[in-house]
Design a protein around this ligand. Structure first.
Ligand code: COA
Length: 315
């Protein structure tokens, strides 16, 4: 019997406060412009957590929506796996806080730290657990309050990020079929740790260096995912990439030969929400009817570590 992890529901949460590029520049006295930010990144606005709002609050909200869309009850949740670089605390894990907020008192929960690649890592771990029979219902969440890490005097980084949470509910299926996560491909290379890191509590990035790694590493992860499943570029219905920069997203779409309308983009409205960006994009595109049952969805991300990876799923 082959167990597959089917993405049964998705959910997203964005904090109420929205800041446009101009609003951000004004609020923090930045020497920047809407034109520069849009041209270099595609970002037009971002959401920001409220004082007192926590990552586990946002994550729990996204998870509730994913469970509701799946028609599932919390009793079906065996595990909560949460990717974040901005946990509520060192411990207890943010995942256990989400577990408590959802009223789940059984199973197990833990956090994953892989920066912007966190959701792909969490999906990989969850998929392996489902295949191994260690869980039949798994909440996989990416949730971040990155704006709490930003140096508001550094215009090269503080314009790039936003806050939010996204979740998927995975349900084990032993029905022979094509649906579910087909494969995940995880990579890291710690030699490049210093080009994207948190130093003394503040986010630092060598943007050009990261850009260079992103284009080549994402392309090879995508090729690897397709080859592992004997699939071709033209089999892919949707690219749901990590949302860091529109130029990188468009380059990946072109590489796959996908028309722009087959690439899910949220970076213009969400900015980079790190581990939350892919599940937020999945939530948007499944709820508005773009991604439907049977569609082949390719996900990819790169982030601090360096970490990077790709996942293929049939909805
Ligand atoms: N507003 C106005 N000017 C800015 C600015 C801002 N917010 N940020 C930087 N600049 C200036 C720089 O000071 C520099 O000026 P100079 O030429 O006078 O020194 C100029 O713009 C170019 O800066 P540079 O950093 O070379 O720009 P870039 O084209 O590389 O774009 C990024 C910067 C960050 C948008 C781009 O490198 C990038 O997206 N990198 C990848 C980031 C990424 O994917 N990170 C997340 C991975 S999870």
């Amino acid at each position: 019997m082959t167990l597959r992890a089917v993405i049964a529901g998705t959910g997203g949460y964005l904090p109420a406060r929205v800041l446009s590029n101009d609003g951000l520049a004004e609020a923090y006295g930045l020497d920047t412009s809407d034109a520069w930010i849009v041209e270099r990144t595609g970002i037009r606005q971002r959401h920001m957590v409220a004082d007192g709002e926590t990552v586990s609050d946002m994550a729990a909200e996204a998870a509730r929506k994913a469970l509701a869309q799946a028609g599932s009850e919390v009793a079906e949740v065996d595990a909560v796996i949460l990717a974040t670089a901005t946990p509520d605390a060192v411990f207890p894990s943010t995942a256990t806080r989400v577990q408590a907020k959802l009223g789940i008192t059984r199973g197990y929960s833990f956090d994953i730290s892989a920066a912007c690649t966190g959701f792909i890592y969490a999906l990989g771990v969850a998929d392996a657990m489902v295949r191994a029979g260690q869980a039949r219902g798994v909440l996989v969440i990416g949730a971040e309050a990155f704006t709490r890490l930003l140096d508001w005097t550094d215009r090269t980084t503080c314009v790039l990020f936003g806050d939010g949470a996204g979740a998927v509910f995975l349900r084990a299926s032993d029905v022979a079929g094509q649906r579910g996560i087909l494969s995940t491909h995880l990579h890291s290379d710690g030699r490049h740790g210093d080009i994207l890191q948190v130093e003394q509590g503040l986010f630092r990035m060598a943007g050009r260096e990261v850009f260079r790694h992103a284009v080549s590493k994402l392309a090879s992860a995508v090729d690897e995912a397709l080859a592992a499943n004997a699939l071709k570029q033209e089999d892919v219905h949707w690219l749901v990439p990590h949302q860091a920069n529109l130029r990188i997203i468009e380059a990946m779409g072109r590489k796959l030969g996908l028309p722009p309308e087959r690439v899910v983009v949220t970076v213009d409205r969400h900015a980079n929400t790190s581990a939350a960006s892919i599940p937020l994009a999945l939530a948007e595109a499944t709820r508005d009817g773009r991604i439907g049952e049977g569609d082949l969805v390719l996900m990819e991300a790169i982030g601090g570590g360096l970490t990077w990876g790709a996942a293929l799923a049939r909805f």
